[in-house]
Ligand binder design. Structure first.
Ligand code: HEC
Ligand code: HEC
Length: 373
């Protein structure tokens, strides 16, 4: 989000340097890549002050003794304030001439079309039923098209959520919980994607939410991330909701973190639903996550499968977790643990999460997020 600022930078950079990308055998002229270097410089300048600020914020919501929401779990450009409810329309500034393509689609869209908050650039219109107006266009000025973030087929992106295949009643209830502020993000500092989602929940009508819920609930979820165990990762640079490999290359130790990056930054920027993200987790996470998900623990804690189903595909009103973005699963576990997400329906999860350490949450998110949805 905050595309207007990004686009303004991008336009300036674009004038002086145009990069050529090779993508699945086709060549695209891309000015988007220049952003990485801008972001890297921003991190260098703003990093230390921002880390201090984030640490202070984290200390304010501990969710129980000695537990702090880690700042890295909500990637966001350092120093950038919360967006507020006012929706900018960067599409007016974006390039509306050069056409982009993605693999396996005959569609062609300009940057302005891809970044249009009130009209979804649909790469695969044949892969899903017709979108209701609220999903395709949203409603000005505040209710951005649901499909802009959750995509036309509901596969979503790691910074938001996969909606495809969630029970319709669950989708409606979640938006209402956000509107009543019973469901908040675990991280109390700025995080554009969730801040915008909350503004949308405030403004969307019950009828619009019901139409979107009906639409997304009938679609099939698809695996969009693979989990990789490692100790070293490409040097990560936070953009809005997601990490990207630093333009200058380099690596750094992963430590005890869960870091998701797009396997292809251009396809991410083009909002292509057809490629995989990579989620890096510490060695041993997947086996540890599997044990947590499937076996009863000594402290009496129930395995995830006891409520979410043998395959973690959901049971009745209980949502599926298999194949949802690991970063999203982790952020929700943090929200349950800190009770930022606290409703009558969430009580079982508040209890489950209270017994999980951060390492447990990373592990179970990496495992469940790597299963077939
Ligand atoms: C600006 C991007 C954006 C747009 C547009 C958007 N959402 Fe979201 N949505 C998010 C983010 C981010 C989250 C995760 C929120 C969190 O938990 O912090 C989310 C979460 C959700 C969830 C919860 C999913 C779950 O698994 O519990 C639902 C339901 C939802 N959105 C519905 C909608 C609907 C309906 C619309 C259109 C009216 C919409 N969203 C538009 C960003 C967006
Ligand atoms: C006692 C039953 C129960 C158990 C055990 C349980 N869950 Fe849940 N889970 C729920 C319910 C109910 C919800 C829906 C909460 C709501 O409506 O807000 C949920 C929601 C979730 C969500 C949010 C999904 C979304 O779309 O936002 C995640 C993530 C999750 N559970 C993960 C887990 C994991 C991981 C485990 C095991 C460590 C687990 N759950 C164990 C009952 C359970």
């Amino acid at each position: 989000m905050h595309l207007s600022a990004l686009v303004a930078v991008r336009r300036r950079v674009a004038k002086s340097s145009r990069l050529t990308y090779a993508l699945a055998g086709r060549l695209f002229t891309c000015r988007l890549a220049c952003l990485w270097s801008v972001a890297a410089v921003t991190v260098a300048v703003w990093g230390p002050a921002n880390v201090r600020a984030q640490t202070a914020i984290a200390a304010s919501r501990t969710g129980g003794a000695n537990f702090e929401v880690p700042a890295w779990s909500y990637p966001y450009p350092p120093g950038r304030p919360a967006p507020g409810a006012a929706v900018k329309e960067p599409a007016r500034e974006a390039d509306s001439v050069a056409l982009f393509h993605v693999p396996n689609s005959t569609a062609a869209f300009t940057e302005a079309q891809v970044e249009n908050l009130f009209g979804v650039a649909d790469w695969h219109p044949d892969a899903h039923p017709a979108m209701p107006d609220i999903v395709m266009h949203g409603r000005r000025p505040t209710v951005m098209a649901c499909g802009f973030c959750h995509l036309a087929d509901g596969a979503g992106r790691p910074e938001n959520a996969m909606l495809a295949g969630l029970p319709a009643g669950y989708i409606e209830q979640q938006v209402k919980d956000m509107r009543s502020h019973a469901r908040k993000a675990a991280w109390p500092g700025p995080y554009g994607p969730s801040d915008y989602m909350r503004a949308i929940a405030d403004s969307a009508t019950d009828t619009e939410i019901a139409e979107a819920a009906q639409y997304y609930s009938q679609l099939s979820p698809r695996l969009r991330s693979r989990s990789v165990e490692t100790t070293t990762i490409p040097k990560p640079v936070p953009r809005v909701g997601l990490y990207f490999p630093a333009a200058g290359g380099g690596t750094e130790p992963l430590g005890k973190r869960l870091i998701t990056m797009p396997s292809d930054t251009l396809r991410h920027d083009l909002r292509d639903p057809g490629f995989l993200y990579v989620t890096y987790v510490p060695p041993g996470s997947i086996a540890r996550g599997k044990a947590l998900a499937t076996t009863w623990r000594e402290d009496g804690a129930a395995p995830c499968t006891s409520c979410h189903g043998e395959e973690l595909h959901g049971v009745g009103p209980i949502p599926p977790t298999a194949g949802r973005f690991p970063a999203y699963i982790l952020r929700q576990l943090l929200a349950f643990k800190t009770r930022a997400r606290s409703t009558p329906a969430s009580l079982p999860m508040n209890d489950v999460a209270s017994k999980l350490s951060l390492d447990d949450m990373i592990a179970v998110a990496a495992y469940e997020g790597s299963l077939n949805p």
